[in-house]
Ligand binder design. Structure first.
Ligand code: S3P
Length: 189
C-alpha cells in the first residue's frame, strides 16, 4: 500500500501561550519541513516588535501585516506555520490554503497566562491588569473559529514534545516514531 503524502502545510492555531512556536519547531524538524512563525515575520516586515506595532500604529496595522506575511507563503509548501492567536478568526486567512491541516493547540486561559507570565508585556491583546479575564474573553470569542481546525490537541500540563508527538500521530500520511531528542524538545510549554 502506498503511503499517503503528508500535508503541504500544517498550521498551528490557538490562543497565545498554547505553545505554537515550540511545538511547531519540533514538528518541522521531525518532518523535515521549514518552520515559519508568523508573528516573527510580522516583526521582521515592520522592523519593530508586535507590542510596538500595536502601540504606534494600532491593531488594524498589525492585522494588515499579518495578512501580508500570510500571503507571502502562498508559493511555499512543506511548511509548519505557527499562526498568531487571531489568525484563525479571520476567514480570509484561515481558508487561504486548501489542503492545509490546521491544528488547534488548545490551552486554558489560566495555563496560557501562567506560561506567558514573564512576557505578558509582549502580548498587547491581554489586559495587564487582568490577563486571565482577557484571555477568557478572547477564547470565548474565538472558540468557534479554533474549532474549525482539522485537528485539536490539548496542551494543558503537557510538554512540547508530548504535544508534538500527538500531532504527528494524528497527521495524515506521516510515519509514526519518536520526535527528535534534545533542543526545544526538552522544554515545557
Ligand atoms: C494575538 C496573538 C499574538 C500576536 C498578536 C495578536 C491575538 O500571537 O499575533 O499579539 O490576537 O491573539 P501569539 O498567539 O503567538 O501570542
Amino acid at each position: 500500500m502506498k503511503a499517503e503524502p503528508g500535508p503541504e502545510r500544517i498550521v498551528l492555531v490557538g490562543l497565545m501561550g498554547a505553545g505554537k512556536s515550540s511545538v511547531g519547531k519540533l514538528l518541522a524538524r521531525r518532518l523535515g519541513y521549514d518552520f515559519v512563525d508568523l508573528d516573527e515575520e510580522v516583526e521582521r516586515a515592520a522592523g519593530r516588535s508586535i507590542a510596538e506595532i500595536f502601540r504606534l500604529a494600532g491593531e488594524p496595522a498589525f492585522r494588515r501585516l499579518e495578512a501580508e506575511v500570510t500571503a507571502r507563503l502562498d508559493s511555499r509548501t512543506r511548511l509548519v506555520v505557527a499562526a498568531g492567536g487571531g489568525w484563525m478568526a479571520r476567514p480570509e486567512l484561515r481558508d487561504r490554503w486548501p489542503g492545509a491541516v490546521r491544528v488547534w493547540l488548545a490551552v486554558s486561559p489560566e495555563t496560557a497566562v501562567r506560561r506567558l507570565s514573564e512576557r505578558l508585556e509582549s502580548r498587547p491583546m491581554l489586559d495587564p491588569a487582568d490577563p486571565t479575564s482577557s484571555a477568557r474573553v478572547l477564547l470565548e470569542h474565538r472558540r468557534e473559529a479554533y474549532a474549525r481546525a482539522e485537528l485539536r490537541v490539548d496542551t494543558d500540563g503537557r510538554l512540547a514534545v508530548e504535544v508534538a508527538e500527538q500531532v504527528l500521530r494524528l497527521l495524515p500520511g506521516t510515519p509514526p516514531g519518536p520526535a527528535a531528542e534534545g533542543g526545544p524538545a526538552a522544554s515545557t510549554l
